[in-house]
Design a binder for this molecule. Structure first.
Ligand SMILES: *Cc1c(COP(=O)(O)O)cnc(C)c1O
Length: 363
């Protein structure tokens, strides 16, 4: 079949649309696009096992997706459906990663992309991605919540596809991460830790776990531990936060669009949504880089910070845990430079000086 030849030419092994076709709302007319998203690594984290007493702690490295965040899983479905529905352009509000992903998949499909970002509040790497892929950036004088409201108004009035996670195709695509975890481990974990901003992802994971459970591919479902930043924790407080503040820009959201989905995930899983301070987030961020070799962006470290805040007393004995690492550390290089003390020694181009610096470094 011609479409098969086309598929193999697009990506060897296929992406989310091909691997999880049976679980996605695809039709004959949905183009099988991919940038090689999904199939991300699941790696053990022994330092976190020691810290929590858990039998196993696994990191789902969603930072390995093509644009460096999990957003690609949902974006590939949303953009494929936009193409199917003959949209000529996509639009989103974004704290950065959604715009990077929308811009990349739109470029791949020859669509125009418009991204609304809160001015001055988006990490440099993410802005660079949107620019590289030729998206038009509307820098909004307001926060993410303002930008999302504007995006919804615009797509109500104009013939543009809204590709925020209020688009149900985004959630459908993102649920495949939970399915991959079950496919890899042979069953669902006991506990799943995940950062929460607009709350689309926790909603999506819970949907994925539930669908596999009902299909009897998984024998159980995990408790979901959602983690917000203390200055942007509406789900913890039970009401929206007017002026959310946190260094973890990807979760700097005061009025999550998927509020009900997050609460359902929490309650149905007998889990919790908690908050951690920026300091705890940065401690986890540094620990992941230093002890596990995983360089993520600050928001991603919230899942680990939350797990440590709640279970640093060893209370996860006997359990298997998965933490989602949502986005790449290179997205926010300024934060990295600011928050770690680089170990730099200045020397002349001189053998003896180099040896001295190395010997001192080995002590
Ligand atoms: C989008 C994003 C989040 C938050 O996900 P929500 O679905 O908005 O809750 C967390 N971390 C990173 C890196 C993100 O890009």
């Amino acid at each position: 079949m011609a479409s098969n030849a086309l598929r193999t030419g697009l990506s060897i092994g296929g992406g989310v649309l091909e691997r999880y076709a049976d679980w996605l709302p695809l039709t004959e007319a949905t183009p099988c696009i991919t940038l090689g998203e999904g199939s991300t690594p699941l790696v053990r984290a022994e330092s976190l096992e020691r810290a929590t007493g858990a039998d196993e702690v696994w990191l789902k490295l969603e930072l390995c997706n093509p644009t460096g965040s999990f957003k690609d899983r949902g974006m590939v479905v949303a953009v494929a459906k936009a193409v199917e529905q003959s949209a000529s352009a996509v639009l989103c509000a974004s704290t950065g990663n959604t715009s990077a992903s929308a811009a990349a998949y739109a470029a791949r499909c020859g669509l125009r992309a418009f991204v609304l970002v809160p001015e001055g509040r988006i990490a440099q790497g993410k802005l660079a991605q949107a620019a590289a892929h030729g998206a038009r950036v509307l820098a909004v004088d307001g926060n993410f919540d303002d930008a999302l409201r504007l995006a919804q108004e615009l797509t109500d009035q104009l013939p543009l596809a809204l590709v925020n996670s209020v688009n149900p195709y985004r959630i459908e695509g993102q649920k495949t991460a939970a399915m991959e975890i079950v496919d890899s481990l042979g069953d669902a974990p006991d506990l799943h830790c995940i950062p929460v901003g607009n709350a689309g992802n926790i909603t999506a994971y819970w949907k994925g776990y539930c669908e596999y459970f009902h299909a009897e591919i998984a024998s159980r479902r995990p408790r979901m531990l959602g983690v917000q930043a203390a200055g942007a924790a509406p789900l913890v407080h039970g009401h929206p936060v007017e002026k959310p503040e946190t260094i973890a820009t990807a979760i700097r959201i005061g009025a999550p669009a998927s509020w009900d989905g997050a609460i359902a995930a929490r309650d149905e899983s007998e889990g919790a949504i908690i908050s951690t301070t920026d300091e705890q987030i940065l401690d986890a961020y540094r620990m992941l880089a230093d002890a596990e070799g995983v360089f993520c962006e600050p928001a991603s470290a919230a899942s680990v910070a939350g797990m440590l805040a709640r279970h640093g007393d060893g209370s996860l004995a006997g359990q298997r845990v998965v933490c989602t690492i949502t986005g790449h550390g290179l997205k926010d290089p300024e934060r990295a430079v600011e928050s770690v003390t680089a170990d730099v020694v200045e020397i002349d181009s001189d053998f003896a000086q180099a040896v001295a610096a190395i010997e001192e470094g080995l002590q």
